[in-house]
Design a binder for this molecule. Structure first.
Ligand SMILES: Cc1ncc(COP(=O)(O)O)c(C=O)c1O
Length: 404
């Protein structure tokens, strides 16, 4: 039991952080407490304003406290918040229909997060392998992938730092270098059920699959009778300027997972599958909260808004402004080595291991940035970011690196 209680009198960031230190299993975060947000901006409890270039890790797709999200929450919460997967509910069915109408998939399973969506996809792949590939169960994943933190998804992620305290890990995961077709061909054996990749490795620092790689993986999977599974938790729902990331590569996976931007800030995940891969039967999988009416109503409103308001056009236009503006810093500003990414999922590679310093100094300059590693800054702002805000972000980023 802890002796510190959350006091209504707590006002400053320091006050709140004292409470955090007494009550939380530790996490590392900068010493300020965000109190409210609007559009692409947030404010801390001291009233300082920040341009949010990471949007809750690529989640707040329509901006903070979007009226679209607020309206859906208000209307649906007055009607029905939760009913469980024992019963049908209208928002769930409407969202399922919307996703099927705008994708090449046939069936969906709803859950609450990216890890859960991937966990469900892994179970689907195993069941599919049992039925269709003589009991094959293994998934080939990529080095530096990120698929989540449950035991199976962290094993698929394969990063030793994330797994070492939690062994023994589940069997059936084989890791190969990303963008390396020869390695994939060598890795396949009788136990392989499928290949499980991100089109852009976001958490690893925005490493983009080459055009030929994803096409070749798709063709190889079709040729060998393997499942082609894409984790679009970060890249899906408009982030790359297409509704689904895979459209940029001209491929179609058998299974796709979503979360993050789908709910525009509320927790929801989904697995979408083509009919042959949609092998769950009653009792195979489930989630009490998955597909609850409140989250589904919000996700439906978010996806509808994206489709009807040229949000994808905005991502392409503003993404180009941001990328070109950042590229102009290569060779002119200190530290900046290169820029990569698509749409509004970009990374700046630094020449020295200063990314955490840049993110810290960004806070002083009034911009939220994310260091995904010692040399990499990621930007994944709201999809509704304006061109003027993109210019402002470049300016603030430039001032942060000048201070390092
Ligand atoms: C590609 C990808 N997959 C899965 C996840 C895990 O999602 P969640 O944190 O919602 O479990 C993430 C989170 O960053 C991700 O980027």
């Amino acid at each position: 039991m802890t002796t510190t209680s959350v006091r209504p009198g707590a006002r400053s960031s320091a006050d709140w952080i004292t409470i955090e230190q007494a009550t939380f299993m530790p996490n590392r975060r900068p010493p300020m407490v965000i109190e409210r947000g609007q559009g692409s901006r947030v404010w801390d409890v001291e009233g300082r304003e920040y341009l949010d270039m990471i949007a809750g890790i690529a989640v707040v797709s329509l901006g903070h406290s979007s009226p679209v999200v607020q309206r859906a929450l208000a209307e649906q919460s007055a009607r029905l918040i939760h009913i469980s997967n024992l019963w049908y509910s209208i928002p769930q069915l409407e969202l399922a229909q919307l996703l099927m109408d705008h994708s090449p998939f046939d069936k969906v399973f709803f859950c609450n997060s990216g890890a859960e969506a991937n966990e469900a996809a892994l179970k689907l792949a195993r069941k599919w392998g049992k039925r269709n590939r003589d009991g094959a169960y293994a998934l080939i994943t990529a080095e530096h992938a990120f698929h989540g933190r449950t035991l199976a998804t962290v094993t698929a992620t394969g990063k030793e730092a994330y797994t070492r305290s939690f062994t023994p890990l589940p069997e059936g995961f084989v890791q190969i270098p990303f963008n390396d077709m020869d390695a994939l061909e060598r890795a396949v054996d009788a136990t392989t059920a499928g290949v499980f990749l991100e089109p852009i490795q976001g958490e690893a620092g925005v490493h983009v699959a080459t055009q030929s790689y994803l096409r070749d993986v798709q063709d190889f999977c079709r040729d060998k009778g393997l499942l082609f599974v894409l984790d679009e938790v970060q890249t899906g729902v408009g982030r790359l300027g297409t509704l689904w990331g895979f459209e940029r590569w001209g491929v179609e996976p058998d299974i796709m997972t979503l979360a993050k931007g789908l709910g525009g800030g509320v927790p929801i995940g989904a697995v979408l599958a083509k009919d042959p891969a949609a092998v769950f039967e009653p009792g195979d999988h489930g989630s009490t909260f998955g597909g609850n009416p409140l989250m589904c109503a919000v996700a439906h409103a978010v996806v509808t808004y994206i489709l009807e308001n040229d949000v994808l056009g905005n991502v392409n236009r503003v993404g180009a402004v941001l990328k070109q503006g950042l590229e102009a810093l290569v060779g002119t500003a200190p530290l900046v080595e290169s820029v990569r990414g698509e749409g509004l999922l970009l990374a700046i590679e630094l020449r020295e291991e200063k990314a955490p310093d840049v993110a810290r100094l960004g806070i002083e300059e009034g911009v939220l940035l994310n260091a995904t590693g010692p040399t990499t800054i990621r930007m994944a702002p709201p999809l509704t970011l304006s061109a003027a805000e993109a210019e402002e972000a470049i300016d603030k980023f430039q001032r942060a690196i000048a201070k390092v």
